[in-house]
Design a protein around this ligand. Structure first.
Ligand code: HDD
Length: 695
């Protein structure tokens, strides 16, 4: 041991290993050696190399430099839109062959499972934003088909804000945080968004959907998906049929209430991601039915709107959905960054047998996605990243570039070539066949078709197809959003468009904003028509009366009745519900039978917004004690305000009284398990007017 020149004592500096020494002693396992990226074994991962005790760090410490440098470059540019997303692996299984319409094997070979990766996202917020703002949800699916990757890059709303890709950067600049102040994040309730909307009436149909409860979903497992555009299916004879893709959650579509969504945001920023992760990990993989609407050019010509206009739907009451298969998301990624962050979708990825329509928004998208991947993933070799690589044989002459990780062999990187007989060649027979199209277009110009001019009829159809409760939710969403707009003329301009959609809607919104008089009615370039309502666009009418995949909380405390709790637990689990035990303390409670029941969450940190219905089994003493706590009062006040079923014992009624909650038909005794289960399968919409009388 070296001696100090000054003291003559042994210097600790050279022998002290810090945490490294302690960790080495603790680690008895058979771990592989930690190395640098170059494969050099790391001797100490806790202390940088310094010149002596307390000396400066040395530049020669290549281990420290490599570690910090890599860390400094750990983030890649986030997606300009859809930055926050959650993804999962799974499979698609076809049940009904479309061989008559397409050569794409993924749509013709029934019973075959095609691996998929899906990513569900919000649109406006950054990657670190929250899961439950009012926002459209992206729903992109990559099918690793045996004929190459097929990306279906859709949303949970079947229409879009704009008709032409030329407007996309303007739309996104208006949606995102305002550039000078840097807020709001993940929200559309601000001036630039509504200014843009008030000047782009083509967005009004999408606005109706965005202001409905579709944009505050209960779970990513309970959202629908739409390919939005018309695509083409091409059969062996080269004939084309238009197709629109729809996917529907087997658990049923379900949304939250606005107040609930706001409270969820406070309770759990990762509410949707955690919910998807936990359900997959628990062995309850979510599944969706994939359906198509198929139609010919003649069918399209007979419609009173243009199907190539992405702000229009073809109601399923007009062209029915044909169910062709289902897909399941059953495996959470091993690594979030490598898979969910690096996955690169592109609507231009289609196998032979699927082709594009002339929807001008789709045409622009065909360019944008590949272009964005080049900067987001650092260069043209991103298809080598495992999540993006096709899972079928592939061979091409693309070479070099940033991050080439393969080592292509041979002299030949071109085609045709006589030098290497096995080098890949194009195949007219197996290759992608572009639909030839009817006839060549005679002229060109920056023209918006006349048939795209009606911006109001389908917005009106959507509003009038909603139930009374849903219409009220749209009114309050519009009032909330526009109340955040600070420029008065923007608020009035939006109301002037609402007057064209539906006078009653406009009047209610104007009243909510406190406008003293109605603005002049906007002047549409084409007068709207009254289309038949489409009940399929409503959520409430289509909610499934089920507890499957829903989360039910049971509030317990010391001395709670063990028998009642056990009966509730087993009956709820038999209904495939997720049961969470909540207690005042996270350690749980000792029940009436003397046994300890651990808790999944503690009361103050697990607000009732996290659950679909709540039950509470408390002894009187505990009801008395908790009735003085605001967290307990809020728990029941919110469950009541969010229209949920509540099973409440006598002890709980003490808290209800303190919270000024008056029990109604949505209340049950916890011993009446069957009644509670039936009641918990829906929400108490009739309560709405009591808790929010203004809307
Ligand atoms: Fe887009 C991402 C869906 C119009 C340009 N889009 C993106 C994602 C979804 C959609 C789900 C996220 C994919 C993922 O999880 O990685 N986008 C849509 C839908 C649209 C739409 C349903 C209309 C029907 N998009 C659209 C237009 C353009 C873009 C008109 C540009 C002209 N979209 C992009 C993009 C993104 C993107 C900038 C950002 C990140 C990425 O592509 O990979 O290229």
């Amino acid at each position: 041991m070296p001696k100090s020149k000054i003291t003559g004592k042994s210097s600790k500096a050279n022998t002290f290993l810090g945490n490294a020494g302690e960790l080495q002693q603790q680690s008895q396992g058979n771990h592989p050696a930690l190395t640098t990226q170059q494969g050099i074994v790391v001797p100490d991962n806790q202390n940088s190399l310094t010149s002596f005790n307390h000396g400066p760090a040395l530049l020669e410490d290549f281990i420290l430099r490599e570690k910090i440098t890599h860390f400094d470059h750990e983030r890649i540019p986030e997606r300009i839109v859809h930055a926050r997303g959650s993804g999962a692996h799974g499979y698609f299984e076809l049940s009904d062959s479309l061989a008559e319409f397409t050569t794409a094997k993924v749509l013709t070979e029934t019973g075959k499972r095609t691996p998929i990766f899906a990513r569900l996202s919000t649109v406006a917020g950054g990657a670190g934003s929250v899961d439950t703002p009012r926002d459209v949800r992206g729903f992109a699916i990559k099918f690793y088909t045996e004929q190459g990757n097929w990306d279906l890059v859709g949303n949970n709303i079947p229409v879009f804000f704009i008709q032409d890709a030329m407007k996309f950067p303007d739309l996104v600049h208006a949606v995102k945080m305002e550039p000078d102040r840097g807020f709001p994040q993940a929200a559309t309730a601000h001036d630039t968004f509504w200014d843009f909307i008030s000047l782009m009436p083509e967005s009004l149909h999408m606005i109706m959907w965005a202001m409905s409860d579709r944009t505050i979903p209960r779970s990513l497992r309970m959202v629908e998906g739409f390919g939005v555009h018309s695509f083409r299916l091409i059969n062996a004879a080269g004939e084309s049929t238009f197709v629109k893709f729809h996917w529907r959650p087997e658990l049923g579509i379900q949304s939250t209430l606005w107040d609930e969504a706001v409270k969820l945001q406070a309770a759990d920023n990762d509410f949707h991601r955690r919910d998807l992760f936990e359900s997959i990990e628990a062995g309850h993989p979510p599944a969706w039915e994939l359906s198509v609407q198929l139609f010919t050019q003649e069918d399209a010509d007979a419609l009173p709107y243009d199907h190539l206009d992405p702000t229009k739907i073809i109601p399923e009451e007009v062209i029915p959905l044909r169910k062709i298969g289902r897909f399941v998301l059953d495996r959470w990624p091993d690594n979030f960054f490598a898979e969910t962050e690096q996955v690169a979708f592109c609507p231009a990825n289609v196998p032979p047998g699927i082709d594009f329509s002339n929807d001008p928004l789709l045409q622009g998208r065909l360019f944008s996605y590949l272009d964005t991947q080049l900067s987001r993933l650092g260069g043209p070799n991103f298809t080598q990243i495992p999540i993006n690589a096709p899972q079928c044989p592939f061979a091409h002459h693309q070479r070099d570039g940033h991050m080439q990780t393969e080592v292509p062999k041979g002299r030949v990187a071109y085609e045709p070539s006589s030098l290497q007989p096995d080098s890949p060649l194009a195949s007219a027979e197996r290759g992608f066949k572009h639909f030839k199209g009817p006839t060549a277009q005679a002229s060109k110009g920056r023209i918006r078709p006349e048939s795209f001019a009606d911006h109001y009829s389908q917005a009106r159809m959507f509003y009038r197809s909603q139930s009374e409760v849903e219409q009220s939710h749209m009114v309050s969403a519009l009032v909330f959003e526009l109340s955040k707009v600070q420029t008065p003329h923007v608020r009035s301009a939006v109301v002037s468009h609402l007057l064209v959609i539906d006078k009653g809607l406009a009047q209610r919104v104007a009243k909510g904003l406190g406008l003293t008089s109605l603005p002049a009615v906007a002047k549409p370039s084409v007068n709207p028509i009254d289309l038949a309502p489409s009940p399929a666009t409503s959520i409430i009418g289509r909610m499934k009366p089920t507890l499957e995949g829903r989360s039910i909380a049971i509030l317990v405390d010391d001395d709670s009745n063990a028998e009642t709790i056990a009966a509730l637990q087993s009956a709820l689990i038999a209904e495939k519900a997720i049961v969470k035990i909540i207690a005042p303390k996270i350690e749980g409670a000792t029940l009436s039978d003397g046994k300890h029941l651990p808790a999944d969450g503690h009361l103050a940190g697990s607000p009732s917004a996290l659950f679909d219905a709540v039950a509470s089994v408390l002894p009187l003493a505990s009801g008395e004690k908790l009735s003085k706590e605001s967290a307990a009062q809020d728990w029941f006040r919110d469950a009541f305000g969010h229209l949920k079923a509540i099973a409440a014992c006598k002890g709980t009624h003490i808290i209800l009284r303190a919270a000024a909650v008056k029990p109604d038909q949505g209340f049950f005794a916890p011993e009446d398990v069957a009644d509670f289960i039936n009641g918990a399968k829906g929400r108490y919409w009739e309560r709405e007017s009591k808790v929010r009388p203004d809307i």
